[in-house]
Each structure stands twice: as C-alpha cells, then as structure tokens.
Design a binder for this molecule. Structure first.
Ligand SMILES: [Zn+2]
Length: 253
C-alpha cells in the first residue's frame, strides 16, 4: 500500500514520528507522499521524506495563502526554483471555507500560478478542492490532458467522471469509511481501478471507529472499505493503488 497523501511533516507527529512510521510499515504501508502546504515548510517535508520512506511535494494550500506573503508570480518563481526533487506540485486548489480570508479571485490566481509551475517543472498535481468542483473543472479544462490527483475526493459519480476525463486520478480516504458519505460511496465503484489512489490525509480524517490523530497505519481501513464497495479483494486494491501511486509520482518500486 502507498499512502498517497499524508502530512507526516506536521507537528502532530513530532513526538513519535519513528514509532508512527514503524506501525505503518508493520501494517503494510510501503511509502507515503507528503504534500506541500507553504514554502516555509517544503524543506521540512523533504527532510521527513528522506528519514521515512517518503516523497515530498512543493505547493501552497488554500488555507495557508493568507499568510503566504508572496504574489502569485513570486510563488510560481519560488516553486520553479525549489521544486527540484519534489514528486508533485500541491496541494493547490480552491476552498470555499477560506474565501473570507482569501477571496475567490485571489485563490484562482494562486491556482493558475501553481499550474504554470507544475507545467514548467513537468510534475503532476495534488489538487485540493472544497465546495468548488464546478469552477475548478472550468479552470483545469483548457490545460487537459492533466497528470495528477484530486485528493480526498468525496464527490458524486458525475463529478468523478469529469476529473477522469481530464486525465486525473482520484484519491479516496477516511470519508469512504463513513456510512453517511453517500455520494462518494456511489462514486467509488465507478472509478477505473487504474485511476484510484488511497490516502489518509493524516493527521486529519481518521477512519470511522478510530479515535484521535489519523496515521498511515490506518490506511488499511480505507483499502478495506474500497475493496468491499467495489467487490474486489483487498490485495488487488492495495496492489493496484500502490502501482498507480508509483507511476504517477515516479516512486521507486
Ligand atoms: Zn492535505
């Protein structure tokens, strides 16, 4: 299994990072992709990736844009200057919840700057979207075909289909384990196995029935839920999603 999205560089893991990763290995997780959230944190992501079996990304998450202190142009230049060795650009995207702090137009300008940087670097995308699927799809469409993932996807089957048409993979996480995630549970069996990734988004989004901080060892809950919904074996889903992550992010096998 590969955890395609885990914030292992976050403070939440400072006290027990090695023990946490030992539990992940024990549970069958072979590697994790650490997303970028802000330039000040990219080097930390790279350092943690080297210490664990990880890969790292450069990006500016919508929630961190208010404190970014860089123009979209400056962000693009910084991504291009510091992106060597990263496996993706992201997480980048649109988030309705932070529009009070960073308006829609500003979020879109930072999105476009990061899409440009990814093109310049030749890297796939790690997209974050909350409540703005329609607009994100509109902005992405002229750049298709695209390489990358929509992380923590929770949308309906028809929304999934539109991302797939653009060439993107879909990452599913803890939400899939919740009985009330009806749209996602309807979408998951419709996504071709070759375009699915599994992720924890640790330390957030703990699976149903797990308490507190999420961690990669619990990725198995997501794989089991996905396998059950699709009527496929856990082994098949684990292997295919792992292979998808290796190919998309260029990870060593
Ligand atoms: Zn994330």
């Amino acid at each position: 299994m590969i955890d395609a999205h885990a914030h292992l560089d976050f403070e939440a893991f400072d006290a027990d990072r090695e023990a946490m990763w030992a539990r992940a290995l024990e549970a069958g997780v072979e590697a994790a992709v650490i997303p970028g959230v802000a330039p000040a944190q990219w080097a930390r992501g790279a350092e943690v990736a080297r210490a664990l079996d990880g890969a790292w990304c450069v990006g500016a998450h919508p929630e961190w844009l208010a404190e970014l202190g860089l123009s979209p142009d400056a962000l693009r230049e910084r991504l291009i200057a510091e992106g060597e060795g990263a496996v993706a650009v992201g997480e980048l995207g649109l988030d309705r919840r932070v529009e009070g702090a960073v308006g829609r137009e500003a979020q879109e300008a930072y999105l476009e700057a990061q899409l440009d940087a990814a093109e310049a670097l030749g890297l796939p995308l790690v997209l974050h979207v909350v409540g703005r699927h329609g607009r994100l799809l509109e902005l992405l469409a002229p750049r298709a075909p695209l390489r990358g993932m929509v992380h923590a996807f929770t949308g309906a089957p028809e929304v999934a289909a539109r991302y797939l048409e653009l060439g993107l993979h879909l990452g599913v996480g803890g939400a899939l384990t919740r009985p009330n995630a009806k749209k996602l549970r309807a979408a998951a069996p419709t996504i071709p196995l070759g375009r699915l990734l599994v992720e924890t988004d640790a330390p957030d989004q703990a699976p149903e029935g797990r308490e507190g901080r999420n961690e990669p060892a619990w990725l198995v809950d997501v794989v089991e839920a996905l396998a059950a919904l699709r009527g496929e074996s856990v082994e098949k889903v684990a292997e295919a999603t792992g292979e998808n992550a290796r190919t998309l992010f260029g990870l060593a096998s």
